[in-house]
Ligand binder design. Structure first.
Ligand code: ADE
Length: 251
């Protein structure tokens, strides 16, 4: 069974609406929607924000609900300056940017796991990448569709898909100075969010393949809060739905 997680209702709303034969179970203040999505057995949940909330949700998915594969979908702040709002990042690997147990362990190293970077599953991430690339090329080739029109309305133009390092931590980046500091600490970072690396750690420790796909909602700088809110309300759920639909063969 595939588990699909987002951090906010706006990131998974259209996916929940598309579920068939839904059975909802509540555990620890989370509602897990199990059902069929374009013929696949899935569970969809929003985890709330941050590393603890998302790790707890991922643990329930894996150890109680039997998730065999996990995909996190949502938005992120762009840290690589070439990224634009509406671009999609598929994580190759993830790091907890706020983890610092020096001098006992190296900066960013996960104590006792002996690792700093957690790799996403190559097969799952290739499938997500292909689906995102297909979605964005369809948007580019059909500019009059409702989805393309909605993206244009929030200033998205010619979005692309990239792969790379995703940094996660319990901080919303909303200043140019904070973003610059993150770039100095972890120069390879494509984008920053608040859950991916925590979910990755749960999956790695349980031996569950996972992938993380993030759409850039803001540039993690001085205007982040405004851009983030606009993007989230307008199209975040559309991205998750459209990418998953192509990945799961929903036409
Ligand atoms: N998710 C989306 N935008 C973000 C930002 N600027 N900082 C952290 N997480 C985010």
């Amino acid at each position: 069974m595939l588990a699909i997680m987002g951090a906010m209702p706006d990131e998974v709303r259209h996916l929940v609406d598309a579920l068939r034969d839904v059975r909802t179970v509540t555990r620890g203040n989370r509602r897990y929607h199990r059902g069929t999505l374009w013929g696949h057995d899935v569970v969809v949940v929003f985890s709330h924000w941050g590393k603890v909330a998302s790790a707890m949700t991922a643990t329930t998915l894996v150890s109680e609900l039997g998730a065999e594969l996990l995909l996190f979908t949502g938005v992120a702040g762009g840290v690589d300056p070439t990224l634009r709002v509406g671009d999609v990042v598929v994580a190759t690997r993830l790091v907890q940017h706020d983890l610092d147990a020096r001098p006992l362990f190296a900066r960013h190293e996960i104590p006792l796991l002996g690792r700093t970077y957690l790799e996403a599953d190559p097969t799952l991430r290739a499938a997500v990448h292909d689906a995102a690339a297909t979605f964005l090329s369809e948007v580019a080739n059909a500019p009059d569709t409702p989805v393309a029109t909605a993206l244009r309305a929030v200033g998205v133009s010619a979005p692309r898909v990239v792969e790379g390092l995703v940094a996660s931590g319990d901080r919303f980046f909303a200043s140019d100075a904070a973003r610059a500091e993150l770039r100095r600490d972890l120069p390879e970072t494509t984008c920053v969010e608040m859950e991916g690396a925590a979910v990755a750690q749960v999956c790695v420790e349980h031996g569950v393949p996972f992938a993380v796909v993030r759409t850039i909602s803001d540039a993690a700088g001085d205007h982040a809060a405004v851009d983030f809110t606009t993007f989230l309300e307008a199209v975040a759920s559309t991205y998750s739905h459209e990418i998953l639909r192509r990945m799961l063969g929903g036409g």
